[in-house]
Design a protein around this ligand. Structure first.
Ligand SMILES: [Zn+2]
Length: 176
């Protein structure tokens, strides 16, 4: 294949790709940071190694790539035509591992927020992050409100965070 690009054009092209390819996790972190939220990354003491840990909110945030974590019903998640069995098995395994981690966190009193890569597209980023923010505030509130009805609310996170859960349960291994 003939390469007709000048080095300069290629450079511009590559950097364009790179900037469009910003890691989803970074988008979330940047938004949180600019809105005054502080967090930790790479925290090993929290089960499941969440991407973002916000201890004051007792909240763990996972930013999931739609392919690797198998975002059900998502346009970005399409199994490759070749070796589809292999991919299916691999992604199913990732999914049940995710579910185990979320459950482990919840069992330890943590709130879990899952943000999908496709929800961070430029047109959706702001509304996605506003929902995350709302959830964070609810989680914070839940720490201070111990009346049973209010406490019960935290078991029903926003649809955005929880919508995938019922369909996630394709594997029976993560049911206790
Ligand atoms: Zn997706």
């Amino acid at each position: 294949m003939t390469d007709t690009m000048t080095p300069e054009q290629r450079h511009r092209c590559m950097s364009h790709i790179r900037s469009r390819d910003t890691k989803p996790e970074l988008k979330v972190r940047r938004w949180l940071w600019h809105h005054g939220y502080r967090y930790r990354i790479g925290v090993r003491s929290v089960p499941g190694k969440p991407d973002i840990v916000m201890r004051p909110y007792r909240t763990a945030i996972f930013v999931n790539g739609c392919f690797w974590h198998g975002h059900e019903g998502c346009k970005s998640f399409r199994l490759p035509q070749t070796n589809s069995d292999f991919w299916q098995t691999k992604i199913a395994r990732n999914r049940s591992r995710d579910q185990r981690n979320y459950q482990l966190l919840r069992d330890n009193g943590w709130h879990v927020i899952v943000v999908w890569e496709c929800q961070l597209a430029p047109a959706q980023l702001e509304s996605t992050m506003r929902q995350v923010e709302l959830q964070l505030n609810q989680n914070m509130l839940a720490l201070y409100q111990h009346t049973p009805p209010t406490y019960h609310l935290q078991d029903n996170p926003l649809p955005m965070a929880a919508e995938e859960e019922p369909s996630f349960g394709t594997s029976t291994t993560d049911t206790p």
